[in-house]
Design a protein around this ligand. Structure first.
Ligand SMILES: *[C@@H]1O[C@H](CO)[C@@H](O)[C@H](O)[C@H]1NC(C)=O
Ligand SMILES: *[C@@H]1O[C@H](CO)[C@@H](O)[C@H](O)[C@H]1NC(C)=O
Ligand SMILES: *[C@@H]1O[C@H](CO)[C@@H](O)[C@H](O)[C@H]1NC(C)=O
Ligand SMILES: *[C@@H]1O[C@H](CO)[C@@H](O)[C@H](O)[C@H]1NC(C)=O
Length: 431
């Protein structure tokens, strides 16, 4: 018993380490009452005998919002409801006693619950402290107050922006283990929320009560720590990100750029500057759009769904550039053979050697033919045509292959993120 009060009072841990380590001494009631510290204890958990005090808990979420992916936090404004029995508060009045006076509240014991994953929390004091307390004649106390919290929520952004997030609000007793204080959710309507809450980026799927009872270390002294099971309540908020914004801001513009880059396949194969500059413009535009994606997101170590999308779009445009490099190389060969054939025609009529007009040292295959007059002119024309046709074929295949590939990728991408990952995720928590 002594332990319990000591811990409840939350005084200097080292000071009491002596009492805590010698548990037999600590449990001695008579010693307890003689120590001067007990004169200072004014509030005490109203337990009856050795049974834990039952505290019921619930909340109503008034508003929820300001999700900050960067900080992984959000704000919530809510009404807390607690109910417990304090025999000292029994009275004869048939009516409830309503307490709305802060000084009375300050002299009463209230459950020492706190929000474990809240970064900041405050009560409201305008225009008067926002709380009410009803005490019925059996000493059953109903306490309600309004708090605003900034709650940390560990976002898993693997599927961003096609993700759904589960955030929790954890409520734990600061000092009382379960054998002293048993905190449970109200049997009915423990967690409710304002149906009008509208989040810009998320859709609220559910807000439900859950338990996270666990053992926690407490009163850590130099050489020892105690481990106790604490009641832990968890309000689970399940959110699904609304895809609309990202569809309009990222997916559609990126897809449009990829599609525009395919125009290159229909542009004249000889129009080198047009095709190259089109592809490069697309590449640059896409990477500019990519900078916008990174804004407002924490630099996580893993890749997100949007990164995969973006990377593949980039690859497609890069593919267009490579395709043109191939087409261009065929076209250059075709041109060489063509020029050769022309100069041969010219030289046969003027008695001039064809090889001497060619100053391009890059094309290996031509060199062999330079001096050899054994290559006939029709053969050169045929070769020119062959490479020209090849270039055309590459373009023609690309006209189908690129849109086809992109459609395939889209199918797989959306199937994976909208269906497959959702199904596997709903299976996961159960296992
Ligand atoms: C409790 O303390 C009193 C006075 O110090 C002592 O007489 C008594 O034996 C103790 N009882 C137990 C159970 O330790
Ligand atoms: C706590 O309260 C709940 C509900 O009233 C009850 O089911 C549970 O057994 C209690 N736990 C303890 C340790 O008393
Ligand atoms: C947590 O504790 C409460 C009350 O003791 C109990 O009703 C609930 O089933 C427990 N939950 C888990 C997961 O242990
Ligand atoms: C804690 O442990 C260390 C080393 O084991 C020992 O020197 C020290 O006296 C201990 N302190 C207490 C308060 O028992």
């Amino acid at each position: 018993m002594m332990n319990l009060v000591l811990i409840g009072f939350g005084l200097s841990l080292l000071f009491f380490s002596e009492f805590i380590s010698g548990s037999e001494v600590a449990q001695n009631q008579s010693l307890m009452s003689t120590h001067p510290i007990y004169k200072l204890i004014r509030k005490k958990i109203p337990r009856v005998g050795n049974a834990p005090l039952d505290v019921k808990f619930g909340f109503y979420i008034e508003s929820l919002g300001n999700f900050r992916s960067n900080e992984m936090a959000f704000d919530v404004d809510m009404y807390l409801y607690m109910s417990w029995t304090d025999a000292a508060m029994e009275h004869d009045d048939e009516e409830y006693v309503l307490i709305n006076d802060k000084t009375v509240l300050e002299n009463m014991w209230v459950p020492d619950l706190y929000f474990a994953n809240a970064r900041t929390a405050y009560f409201h004091d305008v225009t008067v402290p926002n709380f009410n307390m009803f005490i019925n004649k059996d000493g059953v106390i109903a306490y309600g107050t309004r708090v605003t919290l900034t709650v940390a929520c560990n976002l898993v952004l693997k599927n961003y922006p096609l993700d759904s997030q589960t955030c929790s609000i954890k409520i734990i007793s600061y000092a009382h283990v379960i054998p002293m204080m048993n905190v449970t959710w109200f049997n009915e309507g423990a967690v409710r929320f304002n149906a009008e809450i509208g989040l810009p980026e998320f859709k609220i799927m559910s807000i439900r009560p859950a338990y996270c009872n666990g053992t926690f270390h407490y009163t850590i002294t130099e050489n020892s720590s105690r481990v106790g099971e604490f009641s832990c309540l968890m309000g689970l908020i399940e959110l699904e990100r609304a895809i609309g914004y990202h569809l309009v801001q990222s997916y559609l513009p990126n897809a449009a750029i990829v599609i525009i880059s395919w125009v290159s396949f229909w542009i004249d194969r000889r129009a080198v500057p047009a095709r190259v500059s089109l592809s490069f413009t697309c590449l640059l535009t896409l990477s500019t759009q990519g900078n916008g994606l990174r804004y407002a997101l924490p630099p996580v170590a893993y890749s997100k769904a949007i990164d995969h999308w973006f990377g593949v779009c980039m690859l497609f445009i890069f593919g267009v550039l490579l395709e043109f490099a191939l087409v261009n190389s065929y076209m250059r060969r075709a041109n060489k053979y063509n020029n050769l054939a022309q100069s041969m025609r010219w030289s046969t009529s003027h008695g001039y050697h064809p090889g001497e007009t060619d100053t391009d040292t890059e094309d290996g295959p031509l060199r062999r033919h330079k001096l050899g007059s054994y290559v006939s002119q029709p053969e050169l024309v045929y070769k020119a045509m062959f490479f020209n046709r090849r270039a055309l074929a590459v373009d023609q295949i690309s006209r189908v292959a690129f849109p086809g590939g992109f459609a395939c990728f889209n199918f797989m991408y959306w199937y994976y993120y909208l269906y497959y990952s959702v199904v596997t995720k709903t299976i996961d928590p159960e296992s």
